[in-house]
Design a protein around this ligand. Structure first.
Ligand code: TXA
Ligand code: MG
Length: 340
């Protein structure tokens, strides 16, 4: 199939929406990463998402809405904390997991009795959902296992020929995916850290837990998607942490190059000049972690384009959006860490 590329004029959004109404899948920009959308109430259309991505069927999809009242078509009840979060953080990078109504197709929720819902903070996404006239089930628009796409180019790199279209709305801003916050347990719990930080949530609803399986890497995470390998570059990535990290990365680089390997270093603007690796990619500024989040997936894709065999990456403080950045980096590195 030929993948049509749309701009963001009203006419083009209407054409993309018509494809969605016809049961096709279409990539679209959000403020976090690009999503791959289908009519959330059309099980056959949703199935095409899983096929295009090669996504395991036990991994549920987030449903994207444009209006607060659409929550009622999807969720059974909205606890007070969840309502407060919707008020404060929607539209925005927060997915709220609630008990699901019966009408939601089972492949959307991967058979769970819960559904993740979010209202993206992106004018094109909201226009597209509105024009389609239905909520859109949408995972990130990458092939399963690859870094999430932050541009329409990335979407085409992974899915050209496998999806009906993509709406090109420029680069996504936040760069890491939404925070997944579960309201179906005893207390609100973060299942995946993301664009809305734990600190921001706690300011609004008080104590918020984090799925213990996330921090420890042991046990089964409550969010099915979190257990899969994800974001990984083709080269072997290692995180280098500790005060002597720059010196250690320099030594590791020299050793690997001597062994004939093509070496990449993931760093930031502040320190990019220090390294003598084959591919040095600065990802934002260390002094502002939101810029690191915004550049992370593009940086990981660049190592693939440059053919890096091994990649050494600096690490970041796990506060604010740094928690999400480090969660993605640990996964990209398959939890390989070197202490310096
Ligand atoms: O920012 C985002 O969230 C992007 C944009 C496109 O909205 N979407 C995204 O979707 O990252 P995806 O499918 O790549 O990741 C969704 C995550 C997965 O880890 C999935 O398991 C989890 O959310 N999830 C979805 N529904 C859930 C549910 N009912 N219970 C627990 N986890 C759920
Ligand atoms: Mg994803």
């Amino acid at each position: 199939m030929e993948t049509k590329r749309f701009g963001t004029t009203e006419q083009e959004i209407a054409e993309a929406a018509a494809l969605l109404q016809d049961g096709e899948v279409v990539g679209f920009p959000t403020e976090t990463v690009y999503g791959l959308g289908a009519n959330a109430f059309d099980a056959a259309a949703v199935d095409k998402i899983f096929k295009a991505k090669g996504r395991p069927s036990d991994n549920p999809l987030i449903v994207h809405i444009a209006h607060r009242q659409d929550v009622d078509k999807l969720a059974q009840a909205v606890p007070e904390g969840a309502a407060l979060c919707m008020e404060h953080f929607w539209p925005g990078p927060l997915t709220i997991v609630l008990p699901c109504v019966d009408g939601v197709p089972r492949n959307v929720t991967a058979g769970l009795r819960t559904v993740g819902i979010r209202m993206p903070d992106h004018v094109t996404a909201l226009q597209l959902i509105d024009a389609a006239g239905v909520p859109l089930a949408a995972p990130s628009a990458n092939r399963s296992g690859r870094p999430s796409p932050t541009t329409a180019e990335h979407v085409l790199e992974d899915l050209s020929g496998r999806i009906a279209g993509v709406v090109d709305g420029g680069a996504a801003g936040v760069g890491v995916e939404s925070t997944v916050l579960d309201f179906t347990g005893d207390r609100p719990m973060i299942l995946r850290p993301g664009g809305v930080t734990r600190e921001m949530l706690q300011d609004v609803i008080g104590e918020v837990g984090i799925d213990p399986a996330l921090a420890s890497g042991v046990g089964t995470p409550k969010s099915p998607g979190v257990k899969y390998t994800h974001y990984a570059p083709q080269g072997e990535m290692w995180l280098v942490e500790g005060e002597q990290d720059a010196a250690k990365i320099a030594a590791l680089t020299a050793d690997a190059q001597a062994a004939g390997r093509r070496v990449g270093v993931l760093t930031t603007a502040e320190r990019a000049g220090q390294y003598r690796a084959d591919v040095v990619i600065p990802c934002g500024k260390r002094s502002d972690l939101s810029t690191v989040a915004a550049g992370l997936y593009e940086a990981i894709r660049q190592f693939d384009h440059a053919g890096a065999d091994v990649i050494y990456a600096e690490v970041f403080p796990e506060t604010g959006v740094g928690l999400a950045v480090m969660n993605r980096l640990r996964k990209a590195a398959s939890h390989r860490v070197i202490r310096a």
